[in-house]
Design a protein around this ligand. Sequence first.
Ligand SMILES: [Zn+2]
Length: 706
Amino acid sequence: MHTNALLDFSGLPRFDTVTPADVHPAVGALLTQARALVEQLTDDAVEASWETFAAPLSDCFEKLTRAWGIVCHLHAVNDIPEWREAYNRMLPEVSGFNAEIGQDLRLFAKYKALRNSSEYAELSMAQRRIVDHEIRDFHLAGAELPEDKKPLFKAITEELASLAAKFSENILDATNAFSEIVTDEAELAGLPDDVKQAARETAEKHFKASQDDESQSAPAWKFTLHMPSYLPVMQYADSRRLRAAMYRASATRASEFGPSQWDNTPLIQRILELRRDEARLLGYANYAEVSLVRKMAESVPQVLTFLRDLAVKARPFALKDMTELREFARLELDIETLEPWDVGYASEKLLQARYAFSEQEVKQYFTEAKVLAGLFHVIETLFGVCIRPDTAPVWHEDVRFFRIEAGSGDHAGQLIGQFYLDLYARETKRGGAWMDEAITRRRLSNNSIDSIQKPVAYLNCNFSRPVGEKDGMPRPATFTHDEVTTLFHEAGHGLHHLLTQVEELGVSGIHGVEWDAVELPSQFMENYCWEWSVVQEMTAHIDTGLPLPRELFDKMMAARNFQSGLQIVRQIEFSLFDMLLHSEFDPTVTDVGRSGVLDLLDEVRREVAVMMPPEWNRFPNSFSHIFAGGYGAGYFSYKWAEVLSADCYAAFEETGNAFDPATGKRYLDEILSVGGSRPALENFRAFRGRDPQVEALLRHSGMIPA
Ligand SMILES: [Zn+2]
């Protein structure tokens, strides 16, 4: 008899036997079971206690999450037609189920009864927090609204979803509609060969499609506003005319300067109005307050103060960066007045003039085996664990599997968790790098001897695989320093998941961690890629076997903070604009002509920016992070998390030892182990003994002497 691999919860995912044909029956059966259990548990006769209600519900949903998680994972790393079809077939069913659960007022009533019961005070901290999160999420989904307000709330939510989708579509359509055809080869000066080649091929396709026989004979190059075409032009093209044309097209996308059907101006207005209405229905003054409910930051004034303080400190450095750039452009590039379309170009030239070193040369030192050993060594030293190769069924021959064991003491050798490592890019693999969970740590309710379920993580990257041979042996893969940093970043997310000590699913590992604190453990790990002792240990030149020379490392360090002032004020500009737009700004007041949104942006720029873009710049019209992504009143999270991770790392620096054992133990115990079971701010205070401070970030960015 064939057992469905997705319904086997006895251990690791069965990548050896699972087939796309398993998806529909398994996920379908789990959905049916879950619905039946919800019916059963919401019966009036069922007591709203942890044991009779919350625990069985969590057990049941975990099965669905694990089975569907395997499908999502395979869809992401093995996107062949069969898996894509199996995934797409069940996706609406799973999304529909989640929406249904989020709206089920009977579940909401049970959670409220549990919170109001005498049992609540006796629950563990983790259990109480799970109940609180459930109630919070129901509240934010409008569950507590009076019946007569619910249709309005639903209409707002739906309109917001479709406006977000339309906002992105408009940007995409406007992006696709523009092209700059170059026929004079002289205009390509400065561009790298691969960029020129790509532009040539794009032009050929273009003319083939338009069947314009006459133009086909003359050579032409086509540039577009898609990043792989746009960015190299802004960075390398000597032609100022070309850069200016591309910049203008990009900065006016989806605005009143283009076709009206793609103009995002009215959508921005409407999104802001609806978000404010939604917030008021829920009992908040504005949308920013709603956004902060799930975040570590506590209030709008706190975020504004955070951003403005940082701006005051960073702005002098940004001004200095800008003055240097203007000087350099005038003296070396003959650019009398530096315009926005010159900034990327002049910066690249200045970077080369000042810190020239070859990324390619650096890459020869970061050979795969050495890098992995280096990463593992950092983890082992910091957290007193031991990482060993392990075996498991995998989805591709490139994938490796490891186990983390307790390193010393009474529990030495005891399993803590396991992880898959899938390093190389493949045609069937989604781009980027990410950590995902296969199994989450928790206590199992059957009271057997070892009743802790051990966590398992997926670490996925898209690095280039090894190429070529040397002496009849395959040459190892080599990574850029950026790629190594990415690997450390994802490993940091993985450690958050794997080293947790929490025993309740809903707040174990990264579950239940505030949105603006999730990047703390990942960014924290990146710091080790800049420690000389670590870099020395994890490099061996592909031909000579020698470690990275100190001289080359010093150049990398010097270039690390190139224009960091400019970069920080730019992030602050976006964050402050986003926060003010969703709090103080009144979307119903509009001046005739120019929109109030643009006036607000100008105000923000006058406060923090060091270069004013042209009057026709319509940046908000393509700011999809906040209007179409999940970053509305949340853009500040990038900088917020960086402050946290830098300040945590500074705790190690202050001891004079990046691997100080006591500090490592405290970081493990107070931050990584705790996961979402305690508010992130309390975790931070318990580790650092005080509130977060920005000094470490400023110092790491070269703005305070080290
Ligand atoms: Zn991350």
